[in-house]
Each structure stands twice: as C-alpha cells, then as structure tokens.
Design a binder for this molecule. Structure first.
Ligand code: ARG
Length: 469
C-alpha cells in the first residue's frame, strides 16, 4: 500500500510512509521539474547566505558549489532526472545533494522551506520566460511593420460592423496590430516590475531566526528586493494571475488577428494568400489550403483564458498563507508559456509570408458607398452644418443606389439637384487617394501619417528588443 523507500523532506514525525494514492496526488515533480535550473541557482545563492551567517564553512561552500555545478550540467543534458519517489523538484535536488555530499547536503534547507523555495523558483522561471515571450512578440511586431511598410499606398476597405465603412491605407490596417501587441509588452513590463521581489527567506511563513539576509539573496538572484512580509511572500500569487492575464490578453489579440487572416484568405474575400509553409491541406479535398495557424491561434486563446480563470478560482477562498492548493498554480502557467511560444513564431511566419491581392483590395475599397463620409466632411469644410451635410451625403447614397451606380458616377447636375452646396469640386474627394490624403490628422490613415507611424513603431521595436534582451 505504501511507496517503497520514499524520499521525503518531512518524514520525521511519521511512523509510516504515505499511501500510494496519497503520494500520487501529492506529487508535482512530473511538471515542476522544469524549475530545476532555478532551484539549483537558488540553492547556490542560499548557500552563500548560509556562509555569510557562518552556518557553512568556506570549504563546505566550495563543495556545495561544485556539486551544484555538476548537477546543473546534468539537468541541462538530461543525464539527471528525478526519481519516481521524489515528491517535487525541491525534494529531488536536495536528495541528489545528500547522495553526493552526505550530511553537508542536508544543511541547505536551514532557513528556507519549500513554501518560499517554490515561490522563488517560480518567479525566477516566469521572469525568465517572459523574456522569451517578449522576444517572440517583438518578432511578430516586426513582421507586421515590414508588411505594413510594403502597403502604405495600398488602398483597402476599412470596416465597422464588418461592413465597408471608409477606405484606408492597408499599411494602417496592418500597423494597428503592432499597437495592440505593444500594449501587451507594456503590460509584461509592468508585471515584471512587481514580480521582481523575492520571497526567499520567508521560510514556511514567519521568516528566519538564523541571521540570514533576504535582501542579499534577492539581489543575488536578480530580484530588485525582498518582499516585506514573510506571510505575504509565501501566500501571494497575484503575480501569477497577472501574468496569466497578460498571456490571455495576448492570446485574445492573436485570436483576433487569426480571425482577420481567416477572413482575408477566404475565397469570398480573396485578399490574401497563405504561403504553403504556413498552411495545411485537407485529407479528402485535394484543392484545400487551410489557415490552420490562424485557427489554432484563435482556438488556443480559449485555453489561455481558461488558465487565468482557473487560477483565480483556485485562489478565491484561500487564507492568506501557503496552502497546498497553491501547487495548482504551476500547470496553467507552464501551459500558457508553452502555448504562446508555439503560436507566436508560427504567427510570425504566416504574417511574414502572406501575399496580398492589392488590386482587388483597391477595387473594393470605395465600394459600398464608402466615400459618403468624405462628401459629408467636404460639405462641412464648405461651412455646411454636419447634421445637414450628413443628410445631403445620405441623399447622394440613395440616388446612386437607386440607379445602381457608385457615388463618383453621379453627374454634376444630379449633385446640384440634391443640394446647391454640392458644386462640381466635390468630385475631388470622390477618389480613393483624395479620401486617404484628407485624413491627415495624427493617428489617421493618410499615407504621410502612416509612414511617420511606421517609423515610430520601428524605433519602438528596436528599443523593446534592448529592453527584453
Ligand atoms: N510542490 C509544492 C508546491 O508546488 C511545494 C511546496 C510544498 N509545501 C508544503 N508545505 N507542502 O506548492
């Protein structure tokens, strides 16, 4: 009924080992082994703190250091793996140290508990992986900037309610994604500033009596400082939920981008063609080319949102200290990280290689009376109140619709009949380029503004790369 020779960090007060089902429920090593490199680094920093408190001799510290270096290398190459009986990564690393260093290995738990250990490892892991995610987001942002630069002069229909609304520069359309993704990275930076606090030294909850210095170990591990309350330090998972929100929001952006690609590559739109490398075929219909990258991005956003909501529910009723429920915080995070690192490079590849049918986009840009607002705004520039201008432009649409023609097909006499304000010069705004150029306010779609915008975005991407390097 019980595990054979269990390796436990808490055996002393127990007569027997845990039941198999208990051990199986309790085990987390099958997923928290990912934290091994951080646990090793943390153990090294902790050994230094123990040395400063004269709880290790210089010689002992050197031996611990040597053993940790060997263990780190073996973990990296996969030579060292946990035992079936190791409850978690902390148990596995400590057991290995004891096997190699004897009693000395057992000295390293002084002044820390798995509660602060796991919170520290996990913060280190996540701050590290946030950098990989950021780099992958910046790659995607770059891909959008490059495509947008190619299409500053391409006119395309702009939509509201997925109905033709106003013509826009397609470069402007593509650049919008860089802004959304840029906000995701801002959120990640804000998050990192709060995550950069170390829980190590909190012990199980009350802090250490051994003269250890949590600030020193925090700095050694790349944190800004130690957390100011030892109970909060082991209880806080706000930073996990916050990270999962950033991931979910990013996932939602990827999903919406995916949805647009799915639409654009449909036969009905015919705006874009997927590169073979970034699409898949059908097992039954030989002609098919499917936008699977975009669909998987859209699909995965569901689980990213689930990871956030799942954790929030786990946290909701917990007293503010360590509770074993908190072991449930890791899998959703690993999943969010791993899914994002799968989706982002594929999205980048897909976006980089999309080919656009610019002729078709330009042709359909003014259709659906998309220049009606241009008539109204032209009238406003002639001094007509907008309410009246809106009515007049609406009448133009009605007239064109009843004749089955576009707005620019209306004759000067038809315009004059609709309103005396509609002099023949109205035709100057009834061209695509005229419409685009007129929207030259900051943030608008006029090609001159879009070029400026893209220059800013390019510079911003470069600065972001430095920030996250
Ligand atoms: N594997 C545990 C976790 O992920 C480590 C902390 C265990 N602490 C405890 N008091 N049992 O939360």
């Amino acid at each position: 009924m019980t595990s054979e020779q269990p390796t436990r960090l808490w055996g002393g007060r127990f007569k027997g080992g845990p039941a198999d089902a208990m051990a199986a429920l309790s085990a987390s090593v099958h997923f928290d082994w990912r934290l091994a490199p951080y646990d090793i680094e943390q153990t090294r920093a902790h050994a230094n703190v123990l040395r400063s408190a004269e709880l290790l001799t210089a010689d002992e510290l050197a031996r611990v250091d040597g053993a940790l270096s060997a263990i780190a290398a073996e973990v990296l190459t996969g030579v060292l793996v946990p035992d079936a009986n190791d409850e978690d990564v902390h148990t596995a690393i400590e057991r290995t140290l004891i096997e190699r260093l004897g009693e000395l290995g057992g000295k390293l738990r002084a002044g820390r508990s798995r509660n602060d250990q796991v919170a520290t490892d996990f913060r280190m892991y996540l701050r590290d992986h946030a950098r990989f995610i950021a780099a992958a987001v910046i790659d995607l942002m770059d891909a959008f900037v490059v495509q947008a630069e190619r299409h500053v002069e391409t006119c395309s229909p702009g939509f509201t309610h997925l109905q033709h609304a106003q013509p826009v520069s397609f470069g402007h359309e593509l650049a919008k994604h860089v802004h959304a993704l840029g906000r995701d990275l801002e959120r990640l930076s804000d998050w990192d500033a709060r995550a950069a606090r170390s829980p190590l030294g909190a012990g199980a909850l009350a802090g250490s009596s051994l003269g250890l210095d949590p600030e020193a170990v925090a700095i050694a591990l790349g944190f800004e400082s130690a957390l100011g309350n030892s109970i909060d330090a082991v209880s806080d998972r706000d930073w996990v939920a916050e990270f999962l929100f950033v991931g979910a929001m990013l996932g939602v952006h990827l999903s919406r981008i995916g949805e647009e690609v799915i639409l654009m590559t449909s036969r009905e739109f015919g705006w874009a063609t997927l590169d073979d490398a970034w699409s898949t075929g059908s097992s039954i219909m030989p002609q098919k080319k499917n936008p699977d990258v975009a669909e998987l991005a859209r699909g995965k956003s569901g689980r990213l949102i689930g990871n956030l909501t799942g954790l929030l529910v786990t946290l909701k009723g917990l007293p503010f200290a360590y509770n074993r429920d908190l072991q449930e915080d890791k899998e959703p995070v690993f999943d969010t990280v791993e899914q994002l690192l799968l989706v982002l490079p594929a999205m980048t590849g897909m976006i980089e290689t999309l080919r656009f049918n610019t002729e078709l986009m330009a042709k359909s840009a003014p259709q659906g009376f998309a220049l009606a607002t241009d008539i109204a705004e032209w009238l406003v520039r002639q001094g007509v109140p907008f309410r009246e201008a809106h009515e007049i432009a609406g009448s133009c649409v009605r007239q064109a619709e009843s004749r089955g023609v576009e707005l620019w097909d209306l004759s000067s006499s038809e315009f004059a009949e609709i309103s005396s304000h509609l002099t023949p010069t109205v035709s100057t705004v009834l061209s695509l380029r005229g419409s685009l150029d007129s929207r030259s306010a900051f943030g608008g779609t006029a090609p001159v503004r879009v070029r400026e915008q893209l220059a800013v975005l390019s510079a911003q991407n470069e600065a972001l790369r430095m920030r996250w390097a």
